[in-house]
Write a protein that binds this ligand. Structure first.
Ligand code: GDP
Ligand code: MG
Length: 725
């Protein structure tokens, strides 16, 4: 008989959950997301004594209160899927802190097996844990493990299966006393909940009462929807809160935490012996911290680390990115050879290979960046960085963990918002993550920089570097201010407490870091094959259709052929001007085709609005194209100003041209710089944003940034005109 058993792995971040999951399931696992959110879901299979086990690696959490998506997801999974047994992986080095989550499982009552992981480190530190006594005190199986070496995994499975069978799916909630101030309220609330059957199909009544008192947002929101009982519960909570404030000058939440830790201490005191060496290990970490989080030295070192990582990402990343680019250039060339001239060739070469290739070009960058982030995270330094930045960013409604995404997106000019968007996964609170997502596209990414350099060289001769510096400062200020506004309007909400504790420093393993990096990169590659392919074709079509009428293209071709014949008949020294003539004709053809295309018509149509900011149809087409990728701005300007193929590096000719153009002046340049600095993120970023939040928010970001950019450009242009003319 084959029977299916569901096992969930839970625990604090960094307790070794994923390592244990990998040890248990080997290669038989799959990674996806929980429905509706971007929290990773890993599922694996094991066969044990003819029994089929379905193992889920839950997201790492410190508690079961709905402070973050991870906690919500973990909790929803437990109460809705009702796995037959939960294995709580705890870092036995800090048993007290790790049991905080464990106690909440016990209060929920779900069958629980405790895995005391990292026992190698515990033993090395000379500490002892009386496992048998712990098991007796907590009334559950306790197994010692070393996940990294696979030690104890078989016993863990045996115990889990035996315990699941013994419990037969029954839940036995543990009741902890929360003292004379809270216990009466808890009893009242539990009675009310029981009576009205509010969510009691999912949770024990007392557990719901506790979460209500702890300020759990999900439960409180749900209670609001059921009317009467919700109001009565809120009344009790308010009374209790007032009472706690008056008597103990604290919150129910804090009291609950105190009693839980009290319960834990009463257990661990009896089972853990000789803490001395553990103290040493912490002492070492403390000593390192005295330097690394020093008030002045700390931030300077952090800037150094950030800058170093940035340099490594973008200089080392350049090499494989070059390979990927050459590969797609080769592929484009090969396709151009194979396909006959015409629309199909244009679509395959410019639309598909150009679009998807441009996106896959980011893969090396993303991999190197995630490698760095995983390393900083596993080593424990990331937590310190977040800790140091938290106080500043908090003022603007952001979080310490927002720093990295900002830097990567171009906080130091030359980054890229796509890996920046993916880097926001380290943010645990959805609202802070959203604020970070929505403001990081303001950073001067590597594709915008050529535009700034071009305009700087043309209109601020000799001061291009200063221009870029002030643009960077302006981008940061805008991002912080906008974030502050967003957090006080559309994404209003409490700042999440900085719950992340500073873990002791640890040397990360190469294997772990590599696995994480690859998984993230693979999700990105898969995406390039689907949605991005479709959008690339759309944008190509907008810049191609409708095509020029036949007689126009024929006329241009005839002119070109005439020059070509002359070219063939003259000697070497006279060829150059004719060659230039051909280039000019080709560009004129490209310009005419572009002006006639859908994108070109949009550009011309927008002129009546954009002239308020000083943009003509040429600039408009470039800006519309810039939505595909900001690199397109410079290359399109090159096309419409008939200067031959302009690549991002070679902007000198174009800048001379702009300088001489009577339409252009310094004021228009400033207006355009402001617009490019702030307007809609490129579509790859938008797609990435939709994956990290929702399409609604991704589109919102396109709309609000464009409106903001345009308003500022108009203001500057109009005021400037008043002052200087
Ligand atoms: P998760 O966040 O709970 O999934 O933790 P991981 O599985 O990613 O592990 C965090 C770190 O602890 C990694 O660097 C692991 O190599 C390391 N680790 C996991 N289990 C053990 C163990 O039993 N002993 C030691 N010394 N390190 C471990
Ligand atoms: Mg993990």
């Amino acid at each position: 008989m084959t029977q299916m058993l569901n096992i969930a792995l839970a625990g604090n971040p960094n307790a070794g959950k994923t390592t244990m999951f990998n040890a248990l399931t080997g290669a038989r696992q799959s990674v996806g997301n929980y429905p509706g959110v971007t929290v990773e879901k890993r599922v694996g299979f094991v066969t044990h004594n003819g029994l089929k086990l379905n193992v889920v690696d839950l997201p790492g959490t410190y508690s079961l209160t709905a402070y973050s998506q991870e906690e919500l997801v973990a909790r929803d999974y437990l109460v809705k899927e009702r796995p037959q047994v939960v294995i709580d992986i705890v870092d036995a080095n800090s048993l007290d802190r790790n049991l905080y989550l464990g106690v909440q499982f016990m209060e929920l009552g779900i069958p629980l097996v405790l895995a005391l992981n990292m026992m190698d480190e515990v033993r090395k530190s000379g500490k002892g844990i009386d496992t048998r006594k712990l098991s007796r005190l907590l009334d559950m199986p306790v197994v010692e493990t070393v996940a990294r070496a696979g030690v104890g995994k078989t016993r863990l499975l045996e115990e889990a299966v035996a315990y699941a069978e013994a419990r037969g799916g029954s839940w036995k909630p543990l009741t902890i006393s929360y003292g004379p101030d809270l216990d009466p309220a808890l009893l009242d609330m539990a009675a009310l909940i029981e009576q009205e059957k509010f969510l009691t199909d999912l949770y024990p009544a007392r557990w719901l009462a506790l979460k209500f008192l702890e300020g759990d947002i999900q439960i409180r929101n749900l209670a609001e929807t059921v009317g009467g009982v919700g109001r009565k519960l809120s009344e009790i909570v308010q009374k209790t809160e007032k009472h706690c404030r008056a008597t103990l000058d604290t919150t129910p939440e804090a009291i609950i935490a105190d009693y839980r830790y009290g319960f834990i201490a009463s257990v661990t005191k009896q089972v853990v012996t000789t803490e001395t060496d553990q103290q040493d290990r912490i002492a070492v970490s403390d000593k390192i911290d005295r330097v690394l989080t020093h008030r002045i030295l700390g931030p300077s070192l952090m800037l150094g680390v950030l800058y170093g990582m940035f340099l490594v990402t973008f200089t080392i990343g350049d090499i494989p990115m070059g390979w990927v680019e050459s590969f797609f250039a080769w592929l484009g060339g090969a396709a151009a050879e194979l396909l006959p001239e015409g629309l199909l060739r244009s679509m395959v070469v410019d639309g598909i290979i150009g679009g998807v290739g441009g996106v896959l070009g980011f893969v090396p960058l993303i991999m190197i960046m995630f490698l760095g982030i995983s390393f900083l995270e596993d080593s424990g330094y990331m937590a310190r960085m977040a800790y140091m930045m938290d106080r500043v960013l908090r003022i603007f409604g952001l979080h310490g963990c927002s720093v990295m995404p900002f830097i990567v997106s171009g906080g130091i000019p030359g980054g890229c918002a796509v890996p920046g968007v993916m880097g926001t996964r380290t943010l645990r609170s959805p609202k802070e993550k959203l604020a970070t997502l929505l403001t990081l596209p303001f950073m001067p990414c590597g594709a915008k920089v050529p535009v700034f350099l071009l305009l700087g060289a043309a209109f601020f001769e000799g001061a291009a570097a200063q221009v870029l510096f002030w643009i960077t400062i302006g981008s940061w200020i805008t991002a912080l201010l906008v974030s502050w506004v967003l957090r006080n309007t559309v994404i209003r909400g409490e700042a999440t407490p900085f719950v992340m504790e500073l873990p002791p420093y640890r040397l990360p393993t190469l294997k772990g870091v590599c696995i994480h990096t690859w998984e993230r990169a693979w999700q990105y590659i898969k995406k390039a094959g689907t949605i991005i392919l479709a959008i690339s074709i759309l944008i190509w079509a907008a810049m191609t259709f409708p095509t020029l009428p036949q007689e126009k293209t024929d006329a241009i071709r005839e002119q070109r052929e005439a020059v070509q014949i002359r070219l063939n008949s003259v000697e070497e020294p006279d060829q150059a001007p004719l060659q230039a003539e051909i280039t000019r004709l080709e560009n004129r053809a490209a310009e005419a085709a572009l002006k006639n295309s859908f994108a070109g018509r949009i550009g011309a149509g927008l002129e009546s609005i954009t002239r308020w900011a000083g943009f003509d149809w040429r600039v408009n087409v470039a800006l519309v194209g810039g939505f595909a990728a900001k690199e397109v701005i410079v290359s399109t300007l090159g096309t419409v100003y008939s200067l031959g193929a302009v690549d991002a590096e070679d902007t000198e000719g174009l800048s001379k041209r702009l300088q001489k153009d009577p339409h252009w002046n310094r004021l228009r340049a400033v207006s355009l710089i402001i617009f490019v600095m702030l307007y809609a993120p490129c579509f790859v970023t938008v797609v990435a944003m939709s994956r990290e939040s929702t399409w609604k928010w991704a589109l919102f970001s396109v709309a609000y940034t464009t409106i903001l950019a345009f308003s500022l450009s108009v203001a500057v242009y109009q005021v400037g005109q008043m002052l200087w003319s």
